[in-house]
Write a protein that binds this ligand. Structure first.
Ligand code: UD1
Ligand code: UDP
Length: 364
């Protein structure tokens, strides 16, 4: 094939779906290599179904392990497939271990590497994702930056301007394609007995929050207090990493925080659109809240999505209960009229067009 697309986790399946649809649309020959980093149905196959994506040609089935073991196994597996498929170009998206493995494998072979969602920076090297982003950006032959801000970060690190294209974020493409569908098809509000505008939605799965007992405890207590003060319940679709740690730390979840299964994409979009406010530590959820016009409170000390904060859609608060309640108070008072900074939903088209142009220019 001309193109190989490496993915492995829930957000990569969602954010690469517009790129895959564009390949289908234009009849570009492509191969999808799934690392198997995510494998539970509700983080994986359900997204292929709902986003109408073909089953990947390859699935390495790597599963969960320590960073080194997981990344190493992916690296060896991806290399083998790339040698066999011999694509001109390999695309990776985001900042997971699957991205790092795909990037290293490609950079040692005679193939071009494209990084979708390039140039995000939290400037926090304690986060595994930050290492993955920085390393991948510096290996990439072309970088698809979602915003002017992300392009700026790349230029500041000395990456040549002619490798960078500002494309918007493919999260917008996916949202535009599915939001109306979600409104029509999802019965999640009825199923959970929720009224639009009468609940908070929360997600928390990031290692630095849920692997740390006192941070996880603070976060749950802050969210619960904030919701009680605003007279609403919180819906918390739980990620398996967080679920495992609730057990391991024997944490009791406050009565007004309703744990539910990790949600399918359409149901989750419906929950986001109908929430009064969203509390999260997820990257993609910060973006989606901003795009659907629901105020967001981010339970982290930094964000690689500063655009959401500067347009007034998001506020950082860390995990101290008093900081969470103060930020929730502040964000429930905002008027939700900010501009979406992530583009017009044509990122997938731009990426595939650029990838073809660059390919034509590269002597091989
Ligand atoms: C990974 C990414 C993170 C991203 C998140 C998206 C890295 C370093 N982290 O974190 O950046 O935000 O995906 O959701 O790449 N598990 C299951 N079923 C699965 C997958 C995982 O039960 O299908 C459980 C296992 O107990 C596993 C744990 O979740 O140990 C963590 O999985 P892992 O893929 O290592 O990291 P995530 O927390 O999912
Ligand atoms: N998401 C979902 N169901 C859920 C939680 C999240 O479909 O229960 C989607 C959400 O719409 C977003 C993406 O998953 O597009 C975010 O993934 P996640 O928070 O796992 O990873 P991050 O973006 O932080 O890397």
């Amino acid at each position: 094939s001309d193109l190989a697309i490496v993915l492995g986790t829930r957000p990569e399946i969602i954010k690469l779906s517009p790129v895959i649809h564009e390949c289908e649309q234009r009849d570009i020959s492509y191969t999808v290599i799934h690392t198997g980093q995510h494998y539970s149905d509700n983080l994986d196959s359900v997204f292929f179904e709902q986003l109408e994506l073909p089953t990947p040609e390859y699935n390495l089935g790597v599963g969960s392990d320590s960073h080194g073991a997981q990344t190493g196994e992916m690296l060896a597996g991806i290399e083998e497939i790339l040698l066999e498929e011999n694509p001109d170009t390999v695309l990776v998206q985001g900042d997971t271990n699957s991205v790092l493995a795909g990037a290293i494998a490609t950079s040692k072979l005679d193939m071009e590497l494209g990084h979708v969602e390039a140039g995000l920076r939290s400037f926090d090297r304690e986060m595994p994702e930050e290492t993955n982003r920085v390393v991948t950006d510096h290996m990439a032959d072309y970088l698809f930056a979602p915003t002017e801000q992300s392009k700026e970060y790349l230029l500041e690190e000395g990456i040549p301007a002619d490798r960078i294209t500002v494309t918007g974020n493919t999260v917008v493409d996916a949202l535009h394609r599915n939001r109306k569908l979600a409104e029509r098809k999802s019965s999640v509000l009825d199923d959970l007995g929720l009224e639009a505008g009468e609940f908070f939605l929360m997600t928390a799965h990031r290692a630095e929050n849920v692997d740390d007992e006192s941070r996880f405890r603070g976060l749950l207590s802050g969210v619960s207090t904030a919701a009680a003060q605003h007279g609403v319940d919180v819906v918390y679709p739980i990620h398996p990493r967080a679920e495992a740690n609730l057990d391991a730390f024997d944490l009791s979840v406050p009565h007004n925080v309703r744990l539910v299964e990790a949600q399918e994409y359409l149901d989750f979009l419906q929950l986001e659109s109908a929430a009064r406010l969203i509390l999260t530590d997820s990257g993609g959820v910060q973006e989606e809240a901003c795009i659907v016009g629901v105020p967001c409170v981010t339970m982290r000390d930094n964000t690689e999505r500063p655009e959401t904060v500067s347009v007034g859609a998001n506020r950082l608060c860390g995990v101290e209960p008093s900081a969470i309640t103060a930020s929730v108070d502040f964000m429930t008072e905002t008027d939700n009229t900010w501009e979406n900074p992530f583009g017009d939903g044509t990122a997938g088209q731009t990426i595939i067009r650029e990838a073809a142009t660059v390919r034509a220019k590269v002597p091989r």
